[in-house]
Write a protein that binds this ligand. Structure first.
Ligand SMILES: Nc1ncnc2c1ncn2[C@@H]1O[C@H](COP(=O)(O)OP(=O)(O)OP(=O)(O)O)[C@@H](O)[C@H]1O
Ligand SMILES: Nc1ccn([C@H]2C[C@H](O)[C@@H](COP(=O)(O)O)O2)c(=O)n1
Length: 218
């Protein structure tokens, strides 16, 4: 049987990470969080003091940081030049800057190549924004997760200590806009993806539906 690749795309807070990890764990597959890779490069750009408003400078140095990416769905890891950045990449500072860095074509070219190398022989669930359209267009199953803006902001506000619903809603609207209007690889649903609205579903129900879709395809 062909090695399985499942592509999971969708906007911020739609549940991609939680559902992808759950599916990978259930089936003994690997898991790749491509958003963590864009966040890791962003962490490095900020640490280097590179001007975020200068895409040319970000592009010129895009190949410099070396990423270490772990694909165990139980304990995914991410490092930059040997530094564990799993915590820092979730900071408000990185979240505010990541759309600008991920819009730089040289950053995307570099990371898409690395992502394809990690996907390699398959048996992996890959989540992000452009997986079904650009990174793995031949994936056996492509799922596009959506949820209402209210549900997404409520979930995030519950997760981030000290945050409010309104702040989360504003941040997601800003990132959705930047992620879907960038010139290279914008957030878009692949024509052969299955759209799954998670607004009224709990996480177990989402995972069960994706497992059902995988069974149907394989
Ligand atoms: N179906 C669901 N029902 C309720 N809560 C959920 C559901 N799916 C995910 N969550 C919760 O919503 C939050 C966001 O989920 P998750 O991080 O998986 O989204 P995401 O799409 O990967 O977001 P991002 O793109 O910003 O990384 C988490 O706190 C998660 O536990
Ligand atoms: N394949 C991807 C994955 C992520 N991004 C960008 C867009 C997001 O704002 C940012 C962080 O992703 P998250 O951790 O919130 O999933 O990275 C992208 O452009 N392409």
């Amino acid at each position: 049987m062909t090695a399985l690749v499942v592509a999971m795309d969708g906007p911020s807070g739609s549940g991609k990470s939680s559902a992808s990890r759950g599916v990978a764990r259930a089936l003994g597959l690997r898991y790749l969080d491509t958003g963590a890779m864009y966040r890791a490069i962003t962490w490095w750009v900020l640490r280097e003091g590179i001007d975020l408003t200068d895409p040319g400078m970000i592009a010129a140095r895009a190949e410099e940081p070396v990423l270490q990416v772990g694909t165990d769905p139980v304990a995914p890891t991410i490092g930059v030049d040997g530094v564990d950045v799993a915590g820092p990449i979730r900071s408000a500072e990185v979240t505010a800057a990541v759309s600008a860095v991920s819009a730089v074509p040289e950053v995307r070219r570099r990371l898409v190549a690395e992502q394809r190398e990690i996907i390699g022989a398959g048996d992996i669930v890959v989540e992000g924004r452009d997986i079904g359209t650009v990174v793995a267009p031949d994936a056996q199953l492509k799922v596009y997760l959506v949820a209402s803006a209210h549900a997404r902001a409520t979930r995030r506000a519950a997760e981030v200590a000290g945050s409010t619903l309104e702040a989360q809603r504003a941040d997601m609207a800003r990132r959705d806009h930047l992620d879907s209007t960038r010139v290279t690889d914008p957030l878009a649903m692949a024509s052969d993806a299955v759209e799954l609205d998670t607004t009224a579903l709990n996480l177990d129900e989402v995972i069960a539906e994706i497992l059902r879709l995988i069974k149907e395809r394989t």
